[in-house]
Design a protein around this ligand. Structure first.
Ligand code: 13P
Length: 243
């Protein structure tokens, strides 16, 4: 089996106007000229895709979207298709982020349709899964994640077009992280249910302090970083932790 190259991805969420997005992307691209042992990806808001894409040109930092609609075009006010992301220079699309599952009511079925849309447009889908605190406390974390995978990941997924991001909802933006044993156990459970060689990222309060420990785990193929990806120095420190 080929080695799984680690991926450090920044999810900027709803942050950044053009001037700061351009500056942040330029800073990331400049740092990425240093040798590094992981692939790098940034997923800015849709309004910044073009600006950030220009700032990243010539670097090896890839561009991704934070979500996509399942249809290629049509009367869906406010939505963006996978084809539009691809047209804007994206190679990846995050789908099923917990903030969309929980605040926009997205179901596994929706996430599955978005994953298929990403593939239709030639994008790699980063499918997010993760349990809530109540689900973990009830001892249901693995059951919940397995059921999300079953419902969200189409059966014809391949290692080349699927990445899973395990993001415990209670760890997002809270400064809390699972124990390394819990991350390992969950990633192993996920690995048993996805194509061989597909990568699994950990996401949820990854920062320069905890990145080395998390990224040293065999089961962890990279990180999906929220808050810390908004500072080039911190994002780079996380990427640098991939040894
Ligand atoms: P934080 O790194 O801010 O916890 O966010 C994680 C996340 O949701 C990435 O998609």
């Amino acid at each position: 089996m080929t080695e799984r190259k680690r991926l450090v991805a920044g999810n900027w969420k709803m942050n950044g106007l053009r001037a700061d997005g351009r500056a942040l992307a330029r800073d990331v691209a400049a740092r990425a000229r240093e040798p590094h042992r992981c692939e790098l990806l940034v997923c800015p808001p849709a309004t910044l895709l073009e600006t950030v894409g220009e700032a990243l040109a010539g670097s090896d930092v890839a561009l991704g979207g934070q979500d996509c609609h399942s249809e290629p075009k049509g009367a869906f006010t406010g939505c963006i298709s996978a084809e539009m992301l691809r047209d804007a220079g994206c190679m990846y699309a995050i789908v099923g982020h917990s903030e969309r599952r929980h605040t926009c009511g997205e179901t596994d079925r929706d996430v599955r349709a978005k994953t298929l849309a990403a593939w239709r447009a030639g994008l790699v889908a980063i499918v997010c899964v993760g349990e809530t605190r109540a689900e973990r406390e009830a001892g249901r974390a693995e059951t919940v994640v397995e059921s999300q995978l079953l419902g969200s990941v189409p059966e014809n997924a391949t290692a080349g077009d699927l990445i899973v991001a395990y993001e415990p909802v209670w760890a997002i933006g809270t400064g809390l992280t699972p124990t390394m044993a819990d991350v390992t156990e969950m990633h192993a459970a996920i690995r048993a249910r996805i194509p061989a060689g597909a990568r699994i990222l950990y996401g949820g309060s990854v920062n320069p302090k905890n990145a080395a420990e998390i990224l040293a785990l065999n089961e962890v193929d990279g990180a999906l970083v929220g808050g810390a990806s908004l500072k080039a120095e911190d994002f780079w420190a996380i990427a640098y932790a991939c040894r």
